[in-house]
Design a protein around this ligand. Structure first.
Ligand SMILES: [Zn+2]
Length: 291
């Protein structure tokens, strides 16, 4: 009984150290902004938990004083029911990770989530312009509005695919570790291997909402499909559509390139699926939407 209770905690401590060792925060950011009062950013305080046999999502949530929903949100690839040996990312508190859109600041995020700005600032390590923030939330059940669909409800899948033939996924959606620097980062889409110049196709009909150069995305095409679903095609070499244009499933949007800051070294298409929320477009796991 005793060991049963404590094994997860021991695992937690060990893995926490491992995780802390591989997680790096830009030392510049820390030097500039972390005062004596500022804790480490919540995003750098995630730990990993390896599921032991007999453990359930609920029992693990209880060990860490989290809701099962928080754990599911932080681990979008987790299949329910969980199995022994599964690796689960454990956040320091209940909450969600929010990407700060270019048009917003973390102060706007604080306002939207009705959280005190100074609390949000400190929890995120007093960074001035974080791209991703951890928004802590209480155990109130109403936090479900930004949660991913429950494992029972499958998101509507598209009939199309962004390339003419299936591309190998070289980088999955979700938390990833840069093998060179050890830095942990959130990948908002999937990288599909394809030779430079390969045609990139609309996965469903919709309207072009953006077509142009956009920072780390490089040349980017965004299609709004209606019903709160959007797809993004990034790192393109060329763009063949214009804003406002109606496109059909399979229509050529552009070609595979290496513009912007690609997340994988080999030529690939960075593909995203986003759904509409109070905060704007939230990145979902594209593999849940592809056939
Ligand atoms: Zn990518």
């Amino acid at each position: 009984m005793f060991t049963k209770i404590f094994r997860p905690l021991l695992t937690f401590c060990y893995l926490f150290n491992t995780f802390a060792a591989v997680f790096t925060v830009s030392s510049n950011t820390l030097a500039q902004t972390t005062g004596a009062k500022c804790p480490l950013p919540a995003l750098s305080r995630f730990s990993r938990h390896t599921v032991s046999s007999g453990e359930t999502l609920e029992s693990i949530a209880q060990v860490y004083n989290l809701t099962p929903k928080t754990i599911l949100t932080m681990n979008p690839g987790l299949q329910s029911p969980i199995k022994a040996g599964n690796q689960i990312l454990i956040p320091p508190y209940n909450g969600i990770i929010v990407e700060v859109p270019p048009s917003m600041t973390w102060r706007d995020i604080a306002k939207q989530y009705k959280i005190r700005a100074d609390v949000l600032f400190e929890i995120n390590g007093c960074q001035k312009n974080p791209r991703l923030v951890f928004v802590p939330q209480s155990k109130r059940p109403d936090i479900t509005r930004t949660q991913p669909p429950s494992p029972n409800s499958t998101p509507s899948r598209f009939a199309g695919y962004p390339l003419a033939s299936t591309g190998k996924v070289v980088l999955s959606y979700g938390w990833q570790t840069n093998t060179k620097t050890g830095e942990v980062f959130f990948h908002s889409g999937i990288d599909l291997l394809a030779p430079l110049g390969t045609s990139v196709l609309a996965i469903g009909e919709g309207t072009v909402a953006f077509a142009g150069e956009q920072g780390t995305y490089g040349n980017l095409v965004i299609i709004n499909h209606g019903q709160g679903i959007q797809t993004r095609y990034a790192q393109l070499e060329t763009i063949k559509v214009a804003v406002g244009q109606q496109v059909q499933q399979g229509e050529i949007l552009g070609t595979v390139g290496a513009t912007g800051k690609p997340t994988s070294p080999q030529p690939h298409l960075h593909f995203e699926v986003r759904t509409s929320s109070d905060l704007g477009w939230v990145a979902k796991n594209p593999q849940d939407y592809l056939k």
